[in-house]
Design a protein around this ligand. Structure first.
Ligand SMILES: [Zn+2]
Length: 125
């Protein structure tokens, strides 16, 4: 029913409606993707700076989480508090799902538009 309605529209109205339909579907799909973040979380092992640290003296390195992220093209590295790591990891996973979905959406928009245009041109005038 919506398709028949769309195919009777002009190009500008068709694009406008296509935008709205995609927005609602997309918003409900990504509603559960929170928290969101982009970057990479790495567990590193290194000696600390405390003088006379018994662990370092034995050659046992300390582990720490590092977040690597880009901001305006610049790479930034930040230490991540250990207790924050699980939540941040979830945010990064969600961010990947969102990025993948955005890539698919560009293709879906083009394919949906082409399909609508094909339906319209196939119809006898
Ligand atoms: Zn140490």
């Amino acid at each position: 029913m919506i398709i028949a309605y769309i195919s009777g529209m002009n190009k500008k109205d068709r694009i406008h409606l296509l935008k709205q339909l995609d927005q609602k579907a997309f918003q409900s799909e990504i509603a559960g993707l929170w928290p969101l973040a982009r970057g990479s979380l790495t567990l590193i092992r290194k000696p600390c700076v405390r003088p006379g640290c018994p662990a370092c003296a034995k050659g046992v390195k300390h582990s720490a989480y590092i977040l690597m992220a880009r901001d305006k093209g610049l790479r930034r590295c930040l230490y991540v508090p250990r207790e924050l790591a699980p939540l941040l990891r979830q945010a990064l996973r969600n961010g990947k799902v969102l990025e993948r979905r955005l890539g698919q959406m560009a293709m879906q928009m083009i394919l949906a538009y082409r399909a609508q245009r094909r339906r319209q041109t196939r119809r006898p005038r």
